[in-house]
Design a protein around this ligand. Sequence first.
Ligand SMILES: [Zn+2]
Length: 61
Amino acid sequence: MEKVMGYCVKCRDKAGREMKGVSVVEIKPGRFAAKGTCTVCETGMYKILSKDNADKLKKAI
Ligand SMILES: [Zn+2]
């Protein structure tokens, strides 16, 4: 399973937090995001992905 880092609004760690339970969602046509939860505080996180990264991640998870 691929590690996905994202910014957690609760931890506010600029280095980012690892996301768990990651899934790729289409937030609007042609715009993809990784959706998951922070491994530290369980807050829901999103990370905007390019089309290429979304395709790559879909295969990896
Ligand atoms: Zn967090």
